[in-house]
Unconditional design. Structure first.
Length: 593
């Protein structure tokens, strides 16, 4: 680094109007400007993730105090590793500098990291066509780092210059035929229209709606959306707010009348419309609303002067291939001072690639990861001794097992009036599961339950219920089903009972809400509703779950029967235990194996 050039290293992104102006002016001068490189993006990341991220901002100035280099990095919790600050939020990340000054800036930045005893640098989503990689390899060797680069993603893109054109010479978007079919299918309901909101005043009222729809859609496909995380929601809201001031942000919605059916959270920057986070309403999934919104966005982009491309970003979703006519590769680059750590990184990647090449091995690896994750959850919840006991029971369960299930029936009982308990019992909908995922994202056991509930809601005839407070926050969830023909997992058997019997099952209170009698109140209200419909409410519990049994009895249910399942190797039987009540009921539940 020449004497006329100096580095400034900061551990926070300062809220500085002059820095913002110089930073974004530099972004305008780099090889391929991206919205992810802007001052606003880094600032939004810092505001949202300040509790977990440790920014390390390296700024290079010339002798006229003009900013000519920016490296927005973050250090790890051990302070010996570094990464791009925006690695988990930006689809492209890079060191920012003009081409003529980049080599000097790169060596200066790496020397600064060396001085700070950084031993490992992980750079995700570096564009493969950037001049950074060869400079990084050369500078890394000079500073004692071993560099390894591998392909991370292939980002699909739609170049408007390469689209098909009509007789008038104007390009038209792929997928317009499907869009017209969608409009025709929805015509009987209402007119289909698309809107693009850019100002914060216009975006803020519908941003929560988009987030909830995204979480709901992911639950339907068996995943927890990253938007369920509260930090991610803060980031998206903050990003929309700061980018909308420069008209770089756009929230698109496709509506049928006044009902939104598809959303897209994206950006317009330097002639590109960026496809960042889309979602849609699954109730109209058969009409491909997300696909149709993308077609409309492309068509609307074409009409904007200076707009040349729609970038579909990270991910290899199948629908992108129907639109893309170009692509851009991103890299994951790792730099290690240790030869051993460098070698481990290469071997780990090669093994991962080999596993992915075989569906059988990939499935096995996923299964192992899930079991390890489940064990870690149990370890946190029950400690080491409880986890070891659980493993022991799991080993013995296929060999020798005895389980007892107690059945209860509710006699005439009135539910608490809503006005007195400030609670509401509602039929369960997907939106309630989405709200619960956003509310209890850090509760792994509840998230597992929500995924199961979403699948049941989609595929089963069972009726779900949710107990909420007056603000709509989910507090307890439960299900009902006809008791006759109900499969009881605890007994591994199908139950037989009179046709007017209804069973409550799979009741769940999120961990943070336990100890407040929501279970008792929910099953009491559900039981009262079942009796009002002329049917008989039943519920069951494992005999070892004393807290559940106590709640059931306080809710007004009476103990009726116990069924015991005994198993040794392939032999098993179910028997009725001795009754623990004074009078015999007139209805009996039995099980068939």
């Amino acid at each position: 680094m020449t004497e006329a050039l100096r580095l400034v290293v900061l551990t926070q992104i300062p809220e500085d109007a002059e820095l913002r102006q110089q930073w974004n002016a530099l972004v305008d001068r780099v090889e391929r400007p991206q919205v992810f490189y802007t001052y606003e993006w880094s600032l939004a990341v810092q505001r949202a993730y300040s509790s977990t991220l440790h920014p390390l901002l390296i700024l290079a100035y010339d002798d006229a105090d003009s900013l000519y280099g920016v490296a927005a990095l973050a250090t790890g919790s051990d302070s010996h590793s570094a990464s791009f600050l925006c690695a988990t939020t930006g689809d492209y990340c890079d060191f920012l500098s003009e081409a003529t000054q980049k080599a000097e800036f790169m060596i200066a930045a790496l020397r600064e990291l060396t001085k700070r005893k950084i031993r490992r640098i992980a750079l995700a989503n570096l564009p493969a066509d950037s001049s950074t990689l060869p400079m990084l390899q050369k500078s890394g060797r000079e500073c004692g780092f071993h560099c390894y680069a591998r392909t991370a993603y292939i980002c699909a893109q739609v170049s408007f210059d390469r689209l098909e054109r009509g007789k008038d010479g104007r390009p038209f978007a792929p997928g317009l035929k499907r869009l017209r079919r969608f409009e025709k299918a929805m015509k009987s309901e209402a007119e289909v229209r698309t809107e693009h909101r850019q100002s914060w005043d216009a975006v803020e009222p519908v941003l929560q709606e988009f987030m909830q729809a995204h979480v709901a859609r992911f639950l339907e496909i068996g995943r927890i959306s990253n938007i369920a995380d509260s930090h991610r929601r803060v980031f998206l809201a903050e990003l929309a707010r700061v980018l909308s001031a420069s008209q770089w942000f756009v929230l698109s919605r496709m509506l049928v009348g006044e009902r939104p059916v598809a959303w897209h959270y994206g950006f317009k920057f330097h002639g590109s419309w960026f496809w960042y986070q889309p979602t849609f309403d699954s109730t109209v999934e058969k009409h491909w609303p997300g696909f149709c919104l993308l077609s409309q966005v492309i068509q609307d982009s074409i009409e904007i002067p200076g707009m040349t491309m729609l970038d579909l970003g990270l991910g290899s979703e199948a629908y992108k291939a129907k639109f893309a006519n170009e692509s851009r590769e991103t890299l994951f680059v790792s730099l290690h001072r240790s030869v051993l750590a460098h070698s481990r990184a290469i071997v780990r990647h090669k093994v991962a690639e080999a596993v992915k090449s075989s569906p059988k091995w990939e499935s096995l690896a996923n299964g192992v990861r899930q079991r390890v994750r489940a064990f870690r959850m149990r370890l946190r919840a029950h400690g080491l001794s409880g986890s070891i006991s659980w493993i022991g029971r799991g080993v013995l369960r296929p060999i020798c097992r005895r389980s007892q299930v107690v059945f209860f029936e509710m006699e005439a009982c009135k539910a608490e009036p809503a006005a007195t308990c400030n609670l509401e019992l509602r039929p369960l909908e997907l939106r309630h599961l989405a709200l619960a995922a956003m509310e209890y994202r850090d509760d792994d056991a509840t998230c597992t339950y929500l995924l199961r509930a979403a699948k049941r809601l989609r595929t089963s005839a069972a009726q779900g219920f949710v107990l909420t407070d007056t603000d709509g926050h989910p507090l307890h969830l439960a299900w009902t089903s006809p008791l006759n023909g109900f499969f009881c997992e605890e007994l591994d058997s199908t139950l037989e009972a009179p046709s007017d019997s209804v069973i409550l099952f799979d009741c769940w209170t999120p961990t943070a809400m336990r100890g407040q009698d929501y279970y008792q109140r929910a099953i009491k209200q559900i039981g009262a509703r079942i009796r009002e419909s002329g049917k008989r409410p039943w519920i069951f519990s494992a005999s070892t779950n004393l807290a559940s049994i106590a709640g059931i009895e306080r809710a007004g249910y009476q103990k009726r029967y116990s069924l015991v399942r005994e198993q040794f190797l392939a032999w098993k039987r179910i028997k009725r235990a001795a009754p623990e009540f004074d009078t015999l009921p007139d209805v009996e539940v039995s099980a068939r194996v």
